[in-house]
Write a new protein. Structure first.
Ligand SMILES: Cc1cc2nc3c(=O)[nH]c(=O)nc-3n(C[C@H](O)[C@H](O)[C@H](O)COP(=O)(O)OP(=O)(O)OC[C@H]3O[C@@H](n4cnc5c(N)ncnc54)[C@H](O)[C@@H]3O)c2cc1C
Length: 415
């Protein structure tokens, strides 16, 4: 089934145009070839001809995306991107995510895309020339190295990796894990503790530093097995790694703020992605109920299954409206922090429920590699941990709400 994306009366002409153009490319150029493009997902045996055809198709899609002016939608025009504003990008993410993996064909590949945005904002001209431009051109790969096995990722202020100044160099020591893209990366942006000796608040002690993969002392220990498969999320030891002070990203002590910049907007985009994938799971589920006969009738006639459809519809609409509300606040420069935490808890859980029902309706095929549902289910579950686990965001919501009430104000119903 192709996705049905019609103009929305309340959106600007430009946002509707972006949604429509993206949907056309996904519908025409990606969905009919999805099995070929993503065959590796189902361990399909590919012939040399299939591999060549998939490569040519990817190249063709990238050309179509560039011609449509939608390449690298997260980047400013001066860096070869589409230069979309925040809302345009949020709405585009929903449409793009309908086809699993389509973002990569539009030039958005995590963690490179997040690193690109951070380098655009915090990088010096020399850093941009050395790291950002080749990263955008696809000549370099990168990773973001923050989480550690020996300190809670949900409390970044507890990180132990240190960077010590020695003359014109930073000397980095630490143990990281779950650094995505770790095996392919040519450089890492490493979150380090730099300001213990200077005092300052806990957030102000962190600095991000660019570390080339081939610097002596960078030891990629392993790709961690995730959901039973060896992954590219890597465990890395940084052992007396020396890099020039010029590799410091942003000012000393700005690391926590840079991470928040990366994650705040990123959480809204991830939620819009999840909603696009929920629509896909929903379409797959409803379509199946209309053709599969069990016990003398189509699945769509069974009330249990009608309940799945109704509950999934409500989950998607609630998740979508919450996320759009949050995105609109962000775009209007209102404080979106409570809402970002709210969607970060609600949307992955709703996504998990919707995919779970779609899997149930499809029976055994639902967990097979023939459909994208099993991968979505794992993705949804993982999202409840990554970018801050549920509990941390629930605490933040309660803290923000309570502080208003303690200040003599209730929560503004319209806000
Ligand atoms: C597939 C994948 C890719 C990732 N990619 C990257 C990457 O590229 N770079 C990177 O740096 N990191 C990455 N991560 C790591 C991710 O950001 C962390 O896993 C996440 O921040 C949680 O940290 P943690 O695993 O150390 O859990 P912990 O901080 O140890 O927390 C464990 C659990 O404790 C509970 N908890 C935490 N705080 C509280 C509280 N205050 N009250 C009650 N309960 C609480 C929560 O249930 C939480 O799940 C990735 C993770 C995954 C799974």
């Amino acid at each position: 089934m192709l996705m049905n994306v019609q103009p929305i009366a309340t959106l600007s002409e430009r946002v509707n145009e972006i949604r429509s153009l993206t949907a056309q490319i996904v519908n025409r150029e990606i969905l009919p070839y999805e099995n070929l493009l993503w065959a590796a997902r189902s361990n399909a045996r590919l012939t040399a001809d299939d591999i060549a055809e998939a490569r040519d198709r990817r190249e063709h899609i990238r050309t179509v995306v560039r011609q449509a002016g939608l390449w690298a939608p997260h980047l400013p025009v001066e860096y070869g991107g589409a230069g979309l504003d925040f809302l345009e990008l949020a709405y585009m993410n929903e449409v793009l995510a309908y086809a699993v993996g389509a973002a990569a064909l539009f030039g958005v590949v995590a963690p490179n895309s997040g690193n690109q945005s951070i380098l655009v904002k915090y990088g010096t001209e020399a850093q941009k020339a050395q790291w950002l431009v080749p990263l955008i051109e696809g000549k370099l790969e990168s990773g973001f190295s923050m989480t550690e096995p020996d300190a809670a990722g949900s409390d970044p202020r507890s990180l132990r990796t240190t960077a010590r100044r020695d003359g014109d160099e930073w000397v980095i020591n630490g143990h990281k894990w779950f650094t995505s893209n770790g095996k392919r990366a040519d450089f890492f942006i490493v979150m380090c503790r730099t300001e213990d000796a200077d005092g300052g608040d806990a957030n102000g002690r962190m600095t991000q530093i660019i570390v080339p993969r081939d610097a002596p002392g960078v030891n990629i220990v392993r790709g961690i097995t995730v959901w039973g498969v060896e992954s590219d999320h890597c465990e890395i030891i940084y052992d007396d790694v020396r890099v020039p002070v010029e590799n410091q990203l942003g000012s000393r002590g700005s690391g926590h703020q840079a991470a928040q910049d990366r994650l705040g907007a990123g959480r809204i985009y991830h939620c819009m992605n999840s909603i696009g994938q929920m629509w896909r799971a929903f379409d797959l589920m409803v379509e199946r109920t209309m053709v599969r006969e069990v016990h003398g009738g189509l699945l769509e006639t069974k009330q249990f299954v009608q309940g799945f459809i109704a509950d999934s519809y409500m989950d998607i609409q609630a998740a979508r409206l919450m996320t759009i509300h949050c995105a609109e606040k962000m775009a209007a420069d209102l404080d979106p922090r409570t809402d970002i935490s709210a969607i970060k808890v609600f949307v992955p859980a709703a996504y998990e429920r919707v995919v779970d029902r779609a899997i149930q309706v499809w029976g055994a095929a639902g967990v097979s590699g023939d459909l994208p549902l099993a991968g979505m289910y794992q993705g949804a579950r993982t999202l409840r941990l990554a970018d801050g686990p549920d509990e941390v965001h629930r605490i933040l919501i309660a803290k923000n709400v309570l502080s208003r009430y303690h200040g003599g104000l209730g929560w503004d119903f319209g806000n």
